[in-house]
Design a protein around this ligand. Structure first.
Ligand code: 5AD
Ligand code: SF4
Length: 317
C-alpha cells in the first residue's frame, strides 16, 4: 500500500463502505476484543513548547503538579482492580527524575501480567534503557505530523527526524513502539495525513493514536478550528486497512469532540483500544492539553464497547 493508495482511501466518497471494510479487517486481524489501558497523567510539567498544547512550558496560566509515587501506585491499583490490562504513565517531557520513574515502574511490575507503557516524551538513551530494565515494555511517542515543514513550525527548535530516531532507538531497546498524529492541524493537507499513515506503516509501529486537533485557549493556536470528527473516523479506518496488526485507540480527543458517540464510533471505525483515565480528579483538571477535554472513565469505556457490540474483560465496580 503506497501513499497514493492511502490518499485514495482517505478521499473515498463512500464513508460507510470504507468503515465496513475496516471493521472486517479489524475482526480478521485482531478479533472483537477491546483492550483497556488505565491512563495515569502523573504530571503536567513539560519543558517543550509545542504550539498546539496547553502543557507547553511557556503557558503560565497552568498550575503544575506531579503526583507522588504513592498516588500513582494507588491510581494504578484501582485501574487494575477494574480490569485494565496495562498501565500507561503519561506526562509532559522532562517532568521528573528518571530514577524516580524507574522506581514507580519497578513497583508496578509487581502486578502480574500487567504491561507498563510510558508516554513521557523524548529523553536520553540511558533513561530509555533504565526504564526498560525496570520493566516498562511499551513506549508511546507520537510523531504528531509527518510533514517536516509543519513539524518544524509546530515544534520550535525541533525536527521530525529526531522524533523518528527516538522511535527507532526505543524499538532497538526492545520496546513495543506507539506513534500517532493529529488530524486537522492548521495548515495540514489531506496529502499530509496520507504521509502520517504511510510513515506509521513504514515504521511498522505496534500502536498508533490518531485524534483530532482541538485548540487550547492559552496557546498560540487558540483561535484555530477543531479537526473534523468525520475525517478522524475515516483516518482510523484507513489506518486499520494500512496497519492491520496495530493496536489503535479511540482517543480521548475524539471523545471530547463527540462525548455522546465518539468512542463507540472510533471502535466501529477500526479502533481496538480505549484508554480511560485514572488520574485523580484534582490533578486531571490541570491536565489541560486542549479545551473541553472529556473525562473518559471506566464506565464510559464499558458503555462504548458494549454499544459497539465488542467484547472486553472488565470488572467495573
Ligand atoms: N489537540 C489534540 N491533541 C493534542 N495533543 C496535544 N495538544 C493537542 C491538541 N491541542 C496530543 C498530542 C500529544 C498528546 C500529549 O496530546 O498528540 O502527543
Ligand atoms: Fe509537552 Fe507533549 Fe504538550 Fe508538547 S505535546 S508541550 S511535549 S506535553
Amino acid at each position: 500500500m503506497t501513499r497514493k493508495d492511502i490518499l485514495r482511501l482517505l478521499r473515498d466518497p463512500d464513508a460507510e463502505e470504507l468503515r465496513k471494510r475496516a471493521e472486517k479487517a479489524l475482526l480478521a486481524a485482531k478479533g472483537s476484543h477491546v483492550h483497556v489501558r488505565g491512563l495515569i497523567e502523573f504530571s503536567n510539567i513539560c519543558r517543550r513548547n509545542c504550539l498546539y498544547c496547553g502543557l507547553r512550558a511557556q503557558n503560565s496560566a497552568l498550575r503544575r503538579y506531579r503526583l507522588s509515587q504513592e498516588e500513582i501506585l494507588a491510581a494504578a491499583a484501582g485501574a487494575i482492580a477494574q480490569g485494565a490490562d496495562s498501565i500507561v504513565l503519561q506526562s509532559g517531557e522532562g517532568s521528573c527524575d528518571p530514577a524516580w520513574l524507574a522506581e514507580v515502574v519497578a513497583e508496578l511490575k509487581k502486578h502480574e501480567g500487567i504491561a507498563i507503557t510510558l508516554s513521557v516524551g523524548e529523553g536520553q538513551a540511558r533513561d530509555y534503557a533504565l526504564w526498560r530494565n525496570a520493566g516498562a515494555s511499551r513506549y508511546l511517542i507520537k510523531h504528531e505530523t509527518a510533514s517536516p515543514a509543519l513539524y518544524a513550525r509546530l515544534h520550535p527548535g525541533h525536527k521530525l527526524g529526531e522524533r523518528i530516531r527516538a522511535l527507532l532507538a526505543l524499538r532497538d531497546l526492545g520496546y513495543e513502539i506507539g506513534s500517532g498524529f493529529m488530524i486537522g492541524l492548521p495548515g495540514q493537507k489531506l496529502e499530509d495525513l496520507a504521509g502520517d499513515i504511510a510513515l506509521c506503516r513504514a515504521l511498522r509501529v505496534d500502536m498508533c493514536g490518531a485524534g483530532p486537533f482541538i485548540p487550547q485557549a492559552d496557546t498560540p493556536l487558540a483561535g484555530e478550528a477543531c479537526g473534523s470528527v468525520a475525517l478522524t473516523l475515516r483516518a482510523l479506518s484507513v489506518l486499520r486497512l494500512a496497519l492491520p496488526w496495530a493496536n489503535l485507540p479511540a482517543t480521548t480527543a475524539l471523545a471530547s469532540l463527540d462525548p455522546e458517540k465518539g468512542q463507540t464510533a472510533g471502535l466501529m471505525a477500526g479502533a481496538n483500544v480505549l484508554m480511560p483515565s485514572f488520574t485523580p480528579p484534582r490533578a486531571a483538571v490541570q491536565y489541560r492539553i486542549y479545551d473541553h477535554k472529556n473525562r473518559v472513565g471506566m464506565a464510559n469505556a464499558v458503555r462504548a464497547i458494549e454499544k459497539a457490540g465488542r467484547s472486553h474483560g472488565l470488572r467495573p465496580r
